[in-house]
Design a protein around this ligand. Structure first.
Ligand code: GUN
Length: 312
């Protein structure tokens, strides 16, 4: 059997098409477009790429997107000052500080910065107030990657209520909010991590298996119940030829891509899982495009809620 491929690029486009009329309606009513500020500290190559595509997608959707840059030598206080200015800005409904931050800012820099963002503008859904609302099942701004996964399942007609869902990974950004979203949709949820015993057996119980651990090709067929839906959140750049060649034979589309670029982004799911799963998200082109689409959706939502709060 060959799994149904869940096309994140198409779903991402569909979400963006749904966002457009909301952007237009908001712009008419407020006399300005929804606005997002993207904060980039330093010049990490991956972050430059991510932020570039977020800026492009936002402006294509009619959302005002401003890039705020700080040098790698900036202090945490410089960054907190910038966040305070953006919190007070009338034209910015959303603030996204791209992670990772430079190591020189200290081990707790991200937490301090995310905590400083006005929860009403927290389009990443990382602020403890928004996480708390998610726990209580009354969230408005939820982390983009896990909420994108729910959109993907819904649009693919994959049932969540009553199913067994297993999430591998317990990060604040993906694993935990993913588990909460699935629970709020009435799945029976198990969260696995590095200390889980007999991980493969636990995962084999899953009707919906979400892999978000950041270890390339870790989830093999032994982890997957035949017919299960497998969501691959992993995106690890790999340039080790031996790793690539163990996964893809010469002539395979991905092997050829590696030959061309010398590096390949790998998911957490082994390619052979395609033969066991009922449905599967590819990497790239699965969950990735959904994250950006959900960021736009969150920005419009933040803008609408800020407008309503002013009118109240
Ligand atoms: N770095 C990688 N993904 C993300 C994300 O979703 N939000 C932020 N702020 N930084 C990231």
């Amino acid at each position: 059997m060959s799994a149904r491929v869940l096309d994140g690029t198409a779903v991402g486009q569909a979400i963006r098409a749904d966002v457009r009329p909301d952007v237009e309606a908001f712009t008419r009513e407020a006399g300005r477009p929804p606005g997002i500020a993207l904060v980039l500290v330093g010049n990490d190559g991956g972050s430059e790429l991510y932020v570039g595509s977020k800026l492009k997608s936002a402006s294509e959707s009619g959302i005002r997107a401003d890039l705020e840059r700080l040098p790698a030598t900036a202090s945490i206080d410089d960054l907190l000052q910038l966040v305070a200015r953006l919190n007070a800005s009338e034209v910015h409904d959303g603030i996204l500080v791209q992670s990772p931050l430079p190591k020189s800012m200290g081990p707790d820099a991200e937490r301090r910065v995310f905590d400083a963002i006005d929860p009403a503008k927290d389009v990443d859904g990382f602020h403890p107030v928004n996480v708390g609302r998610l726990v209580q099942g009354r969230a408005s701004l939820v982390a983009c990657t896990p909420s994108g996964v729910i959109e993907m399942l819904d649009r693919a007609g994959i049932e969540i209520a009553g199913t067994r869902a297993v999430v591998i990974g317990r990060s604040d950004i993906v694993g935990k909010p993913m588990a909460l979203l699935l629970l709020n949709r009435h799945a029976t949820v198990t969260v696995c991590h590095s200390r889980t015993r007999d991980l493969a057996a636990v995962c084999r119980e899953a009707d919906i298996l979400v892999a978000a651990l950041g270890r390339p090709a870790f989830v093999t067929q032994a982890f997957v119940k035949p017919g299960a839906t497998v969501i691959d959140v992993g995106t690890t750049p790999v340039s080790d030829r031996a790793v690539i060649e163990a996964l893809f034979a010469p002539g395979h589309r991905r092997h050829t891509a590696f030959e061309k670029r010398g590096t390949l982004v790998l998911g957490d799911v082994h390619p052979s899982v395609e033969e066991t799963a009922g449905a599967l998200t590819p990497v790239p082109g699965g969950v990735g495009p959904l994250t950006i689409a959900m960021l736009l959706k969150n920005t419009v939502r933040a803008a609408q809620e800020r407008l309503r709060a002013r009118q109240a």
